[in-house]
Ligand binder design. Sequence first.
Ligand SMILES: [Zn+2]
Length: 81
Amino acid sequence: MCVHIAVTDGLASIAVWDPDEVSIRVARGAPTRDVLREVADILLIDLGAPGSRGGPLRCFCGMRVELPHELLPRMLTAEAG
Ligand SMILES: [Zn+2]
């Protein structure tokens, strides 16, 4: 089962690994840059996923981890309509 990312209200920190749901919970409204850095750290350090900081986020199996649309800046999602 692949890691997925869930946006959550009321988190104590920017990103939290939830092993029960195999998901990384990220705080709603947190700056995208900070979220990406925290999520990359969890994947690379805590989960031992392949890849590198600054590259695409990858699951421990090597698949790309998709970010929820609401995390992306408006200018990126506007084109997708
Ligand atoms: Zn996977």
